[in-house]
Design a protein around this ligand. Structure first.
Ligand SMILES: NC(=O)c1ccc[n+]([C@@H]2O[C@H](COP(=O)([O-])OP(=O)(O)OC[C@H]3O[C@@H](n4cnc5c(N)ncnc54)[C@H](OP(=O)(O)O)[C@@H]3O)[C@@H](O)[C@H]2O)c1
Length: 305
């Protein structure tokens, strides 16, 4: 199933939310959506960065229809405030791109005492989706897109150690959070289908791209990587955004797909079906994670029949 962004026509009149729209993949996804005349709500935690990204998008897409609304996914009250503002201003949401993400090398906790990557990458998006799903028209072009990662392949959900305090490898919490995003996308699709909805939940991963995600790395390591590893194994932010744009805009999707680059080690290349672990497809784990997420976000996430 090849995907050609240029072949997608105008979608004027539609509204998309892109979390983390000011940087990396989210920035390029916003450019792609704006090129299709979709209004993009840039849901960003840092207003200054968001405003400057907005100008950069306008430089590439002069008639881009953009609005910045502040969102910090690691704070539930900020997610509620964002949803309130959006709901006051808009009657419908066509695309929800759950893109924002963090990667930490050292243990970091949210203000609510939850491991920060799980809190931001998964729980924040879970809560956001629960608050906005009822605004989505019941058609197949309505999409919730969740960003996972190749990192999901070495992960499981530590239900008895969700903050990963007993885990010794530094990258385990990130991998767990990205697996959670993938399990969430599937469970959401199952629940939408069960409720007889046409809205689709699709997961995607960008492969590997040199973005703000690696800013925490020591400068000299980054410099060495940028001359060696990056040009061979990674692709540009623009190309990395393609699987996400495919998940958001491609026709012929049924929901429950997992899309990513199909080239070298799935780190780069044209978008298509991505490979995934058997664990990531387990419905019992998806259902258990859903219950845990409802508890942690103090929300009851039901799809209206
Ligand atoms: N880069 C890769 O190779 C790679 C590989 C696999 C998956 N991914 C996934 O791709 C997605 C996009 O990442 P990226 O590579 O584009 O990284 P990036 O350039 O660092 O972008 C991440 C975005 O998320 C935002 N963000 C972080 N914490 C937030 C919070 N608490 N509330 C709201 N927004 C927040 C960041 O805002 P600030 O600018 O304010 O920090 C930034 O806009 C992530 O989900 C990531 O896990 C990336």
């Amino acid at each position: 199933m090849p995907f050609d962004l240029d072949a997608i026509g105008s979608r004027r009149g539609e509204v998309a939310i892109v979390t983390g729209a000011n940087s990396g993949v989210g920035f390029e996804v916003s450019v792609g959506l704006a090129q299709k005349a979709i209004k993009v709500i840039m849901a960003c935690r840092n207003l200054k960065k968001a405003e400057s990204a907005k100008q950069e998008i306008r430089a590439r897409v002069p008639d881009a229809d953009l609005e910045v609304i502040q969102l910090d996914l690691s704070h539930p009250e900020s997610v509620h405030a964002f949803a309130r503002q959006f709901t006051e201003r808009y009657d419908a949401l066509n695309l929800l791109i759950n893109n924002a993400g963090v990667l930490f090398r050292t243990p970091t906790m949210s203000s609510a005492g939850v491991e920060m990557q799980f809190a931001t990458n998964h729980l924040g998006h879970f809560l956001l989706t629960s608050l906005l799903i009822d605004l989505m028209p019941d058609v197949r072009t309505s999409r919730v897109v969740s960003l996972s990662s190749l990192a999901h392949k070495k992960a499981k959900i530590f239900f008895d150690d969700i903050n990963c305090e007993l885990q010794t490898k530094w990258d385990v919490p990130y991998a767990q959070s990205k697996l959670a995003c993938l399990l969430f996308a599937d469970e959401l699709q199952r629940k939408l289908k069960l409720a007889g909805k046409k809205i689709l939940s699709v997961a995607a991963h960008p492969g590997g791209t040199d973005s703000g995600l690696f800013d925490h790395m020591p400068k000299f390591v980054l410099t060495v990587l940028r001359y060696t590893f990056v040009p061979i194994f990674l692709h540009s932010n623009e190309r990395a955004a393609k699987p996400v744009l495919m998940a958001a805009l491609a026709g012929g999707l049924q929901g429950g797909e997992y899309l990513g680059p199909t080239g070298l080690f799935e780190m780069k290349g044209p978008p298509g079906t991505a490979t995934r672990t058997t664990y990531s497809q387990r419905e019992d784990i998806g259902a258990r994670l859903w219950e845990l997420s409802e508890r942690f976000t103090e929300t009851s996430f039901k799809i209206q029949l």
